[in-house]
Write a protein that binds this ligand. Structure first.
Ligand code: AMP
Length: 114
């Protein structure tokens, strides 16, 4: 998608701090971190929301989660705790319409989320 900010990160048109990349996903630091660790893991293909995923995307979704787990380990928050969050549509707080998994950690977190 031409006007998608995360597609521009995937293509390299927007430079950012990439922490992981492979043939299917890219991970980079959130520009407005909400916790000491706040990394976004996104698919390289443009998928606007969780609602647009299909049965055949199960492996991709699982891969996003596993990369989140891997980065949590690299950032040494795996034992203390972390959250993997995927906001869907406005009421849940989605502001960028290219799905992204938030990896949040490095501080205690409340529940339920706001
Ligand atoms: P959400 O509100 O769930 O859609 O999350 C979007 C996230 O993308 C927010 O946490 C933003 O801070 C983050 N964000 C937006 N633009 C950029 C960017 N260019 N580089 C890194 N993070 C970004």
């Amino acid at each position: 998608m031409n006007d998608c900010i995360f597609c521009k990160i995937v293509s390299g048109k927007i430079k950012t701090e990439i922490v992981y990349s492979d043939d299917r996903v890219v991970a980079f630091e959130d520009s407005n971190p909400q916790a000491p660790v706040h990394t976004l893991i996104i698919p390289k293909k443009h998928v606007p929301t969780m609602n647009d995923l299909e049965e055949t995307d199960g492996d991709l979704l699982g891969h996003l989660m596993l990369i989140g787990k891997q980065i949590a380990k690299e950032k040494k928050i795996e034992d203390k705790g972390y959250r993997l969050v995927l906001n869907t549509n406005r009421e849940a707080g989605q502001s960028v319409f290219h799905i992204h998994l938030h990896l949040l950690g490095g501080r205690p977190m409340g529940w339920p989320p706001g």
